[in-house]
Design a protein around this ligand. Sequence first.
Ligand code: GUN
Ligand code: ZN
Length: 433
Amino acid sequence: MSRTILRGRVLSFHRAPDGIDDKDSYLYLEDGAISVENGTIVAVGAFAGAETGDAAIIDHRPHLIMAGFIDMHLHYVQSHMMASYAGSLLDWLNTYTFIEEQKFAQQGHADAVAVDFYDALIRHGTTTAVAYCSSHPRSVDAFFAEAQRRNMLMIGGKVMMDRNAPEELLDTAQSGYDDTKALIARWHGRGRGLYAISPRFAITSTPEQMEMARALVAEHGDCYVQTHLSENDAEISYSMELYPEAPDYAGIYEQYGLLGSRTLLGHSIHLNHRETAVIAETGSVAVFCPTSNLFLGSGLFDRERLLKHGVRIGLATDIGAGTSFSMLKTMDEAFKVLQLRKQSFNPLASFHLATRGNAEALGLAETIGSVAPGRAADLVVLDARATPTMRMRMGSVETIVEELFVLQTLGDDRAIAEVYVAGARAKSTLGGL
Ligand code: GUN
Ligand code: ZN
């Protein structure tokens, strides 16, 4: 059995940091060794004490090795339409998104976009993501097949949408159910793939489709559920018109049994007290998408209020309303959104959230999100001196916490020196780059 040792500075979180001085929340090794066998981390410690034996040693010094980033919400089918000039959410959906997603009806289109999408994830250091596909089952096949080729742990599903969009994109309550069921059978638990039942949002699902989503969730309790919640004022008003009997927007999903510890609620910006309480009680996850929320002018996520009420939180790009695949840029914009809220979000908290925090939110902390024995060797190697500006700034950096803040504030895909997926080099082996 061949063993590889990755040498470099190593950072990994044990738990959420309790403030910027909380050194007990993480492991930091100045000269560390990560031993990898069969795609899994088998030992982590100081290089000086490592059993090197006949292991191949890959020296990444002076770079920093961490768990690969996890992106909790994005639309892979929108990869080719990022940066489309728009006003707010509903205009953007109708003008660009619903047009773009119709292309996935064509044979071959999904396969090509999936390749571009995974290349982009890897270039940016993201090793796991939770994605919306289009309403076409073949978009889901392309998504999971390409993940399997790359041995990546990916979560995704076909969007269920049976109204308020162009005819070509619509399923029906019955076909959405049947297609989802067949896709779960085909992909959930195959390789590293996991399925997310994905009613797009209340506006595009009839009550009949919500009933079908309820049935799917009841029948497949080990699948995730993903949808959008409370992103934009016009979206909220329209949702309440469509579901007049619901107490509020979260109440729509609650009525159909869609909230729970495997439910990921994209955006969750404008929540009332009752919604916050029910999201906390059910253990659902509010997913913060800062670049998207700024791009569409949707609003400012209220992290402190949600944490105070015990809501679980994830962090995500929300491509293609999100403006970067980079989780570094996403942390940077999260910091700025919270600055506007007069809330602090220190770099330990942001790097924790993009790695172990998101893994915990997915219930996958035993598998991914940290550098520890038994975890998959899904890793990112970060270079805080990747650009002239970063080098200039790093001249006066003395601590790992300062370095993290430089990485998130000034870094992007240029700061990703290497990526490992299940122990195999994934960035330097990308074709054509
Ligand atoms: N709400 C429903 N669909 C979408 C989408 O594709 N992007 C965003 N940002 N919000 C949505
Ligand atoms: Zn979204």
